[in-house]
Design a protein around this ligand. Structure first.
Ligand SMILES: Cc1cc2nc3c(=O)[nH]c(=O)nc-3n(C[C@H](O)[C@H](O)[C@H](O)COP(=O)(O)OP(=O)(O)OC[C@H]3O[C@@H](n4cnc5c(N)ncnc54)[C@H](O)[C@@H]3O)c2cc1C
Length: 504
């Protein structure tokens, strides 16, 4: 990185720290005297964000008596990352677990999440989310959501507990929920309305928001939140509460670079185009406590758990560089380091037929083959030629790998190859797939309590009138978010936020 940029980042970070060290409450920046605002419209509950969390919150607010509820969305399309999500939904004590006699509990689910996250999570929130999934599933089904009648058994979950939607991922769930909200409950949704800041009264309570209507998100701007000046400023009053369901910030390269300096700017993200940090910064300016902003999650084109069945090699040398059984963060960080040295080429994971036969998620395997991300070859020579890998290095690597597999112990990186059934890379056909880490989630966000109320940094107490849910919040997961646990979070805390705001 350019030294000037590094210096300006350091200066920026130092400035931020200095502000809080001086005890200058950022809340003061957002506070507005009640009578100085000319309200354009009044609602009981305002929900910011039209993803899974926001849609659930708006429905529950209406169902709990908030007549005048609105969802605002900055983008021209609704649904955020939820719309492109696989929407695998882990649930405790679902009808499918009961039918199969699977014993599960909220504590057990929370323990699986805590273990994956290195016990860095706020466990009471994790347990609350886990127990809430039990009532949310039938609630969602009653409102038109449809799931396959099979449970997925996913890596890191101690029992099968994950449902997945029919009708294609996130859209298959959002469509019926949205239709329920607009058609059955006469709820309102407005697109291209951007939330800019919270209005707070002298007591530090949230009383409304400032938005821009007719806002045109511009993906070509370096920082849309700061540079985009489109739209007409309006002030919306909220008599019961504001629910911030604004999602994560994986696509905000500038913010990412400040929070995760170890991760390169070239790492792509699969999240929706509007996943930026603007709304999070407004919450910080209003005095919200943040948590885990420097934690992020990677996903690969195949399930991370299935990396272990093959040999991950640097295409330049043909050498392995770590145990493929490592967690997703460790693998992704090692890949960045290798790519710094090899001219930006993604490493390749190489399997033989035995490795492929052991994949636990065949659905994603077939998708990778159909979409050409994974390619099949008759021989290692053909694979090396097509993928541009140094053949002598690759042959030496696989020879050692296969000997180790037979013995059951990886002599280079300690992978337990006996536990992996001595699977080698020697039985044709062979398969190669680029190991491309992609950002698909940010664990950080604002801290909430079990009622989805946002916690103030200065007082450690809830900010009255302010709720948050889904990926906008942090602290439920810790270092690594267990797979298929963000949608349960968005469902559970979306429902809770809507209920609590309506009752306020
Ligand atoms: C490819 C992919 C697959 C995934 N698959 C799974 C899975 O199978 N299971 C699982 O558990 N998790 C999965 N995840 C993660 C999960 O889908 C998301 O974390 C979750 O859907 C987030 O929901 P949300 O409602 O909190 O946020 P979002 O769905 O992102 O919604 C937030 C909305 O808020 C809007 N917004 C933001 N700022 C403003 C503003 N200032 N004004 C107005 N609107 C604003 C955004 O435009 C967006 O529409 C996946 C993620 C990806 C990228």
């Amino acid at each position: 990185m350019d030294e000037n940029i590094k210096q300006s980042r350091r200066a920026f970070l130092k400035g931020g720290l200095a502000l809080s060290a001086m005890g200058l409450a950022p809340a003061a920046l957002a506070s507005t005297p009640d009578n100085s605002i000319q309200w354009d419209e009044t609602f009981e509950v305002i929900v910011v964000g039209s993803g899974l969390a926001g849609t659930c919150a708006a429905i529950r607010a209406k169902e709990n008596g908030a007549q005048n509820t609105i969802i605002i969305e900055k983008m021209p399309v609704l649904g955020g990352t939820s719309a492109i999500s696989g929407l695998n939904f882990s649930v405790v004590n679902s009808h499918l677990q009961q039918a199969q006699g699977i014993s599960d509990s909220a504590e057990q689910f929370a323990e699986d999440i805590s273990k994956a996250g290195g016990y860095q999570n706020h466990r009471h929130l994790t347990v609350k989310m886990a127990e809430t999934t039990t009532r949310v599933l039938p609630w969602a089904i009653e409102r038109g959501c449809r799931f396959h009648d099979k449970l997925k058994s996913l890596g890191g979950h101690s029992v099968p507990r994950t449902l997945y939607p029919v009708n294609g991922g996130g859209q298959g769930i959002l469509r019926p929920l949205r239709a329920f909200y607009t058609d059955k409950l006469s709820g309102e949704i407005r697109r291209r309305v951007k939330f800019d800041k919270l209005h707070m009264n002298a007591q530090g309570e949230v009383i409304g928001i400032q938005v821009r209507e007719q806002y045109f998100f511009d993906p070509n701007l370096g920082n849309d939140d700061r540079e985009n000046t489109t739209g007409v400023v309006k002030h919306y009053r909220a008599t019961k509460g504001v629910v911030m369901a604004v999602g994560g910030y994986s696509r905000d390269v500038e913010f990412r670079a400040m929070e995760f300096p170890n991760i390169r700017d070239y790492i792509p993200t699969t999240t929706h185009r509007g996943a930026t940090a603007g709304a999070l910064k407004s919450l910080v300016a209003a005095g919200a406590q943040t948590v885990h902003l420097s934690l992020m999650r990677f996903a690969f084109d195949i399930p991370t758990e299935d990396l272990q069945w093959g040999a991950l090699v640097d295409p330049q040398s043909g050498n392995r560089f770590l145990s493929e059984k490592n967690d997703r963060q460790t693998v992704a960080e090692a890949i960045c380091n290798i790519m710094d040295r090899n001219g930006g080429r993604f490493p390749l994971n190489i399997y033989d037929q035995d490795g492929i036969d052991n994949f636990h998620d065949k659905q994603r395997l077939h998708l990778a083959l159909e979409e050409g991300m994974m390619v099949k070859y008759d021989s290692i020579d053909a694979l090396a030629a097509a993928e541009g890998i140094a053949l002598p290095g690759l042959k030496a690597t696989l020879s050692r790998y296969n000997d180790d597999a037979q013995r059951g112990k990886d002599s280079q990186f300690g992978k337990d190859m006996a536990a992996l059934k001595h699977v080698s890379v020697k039985r044709a056909p062979f398969y190669a797939i680029k190991a491309r880490p992609k950002f698909n989630y940010t664990q950080g966000g604002v801290l909430i309590n079990e009622n989805a109320q946002v916690i103030a940094r200065d007082t450690a107490k809830p900010i009255k009138g302010l709720y948050a849910c889904g990926e906008a919040t942090g602290g439920l997961f810790g270092r690594i978010r267990l797979t298929a646990c963000s949608c349960p979070d968005a469902f559970a805390f979306g429902v809770i936020a809507g209920e609590q705001a309506a009752k306020a």
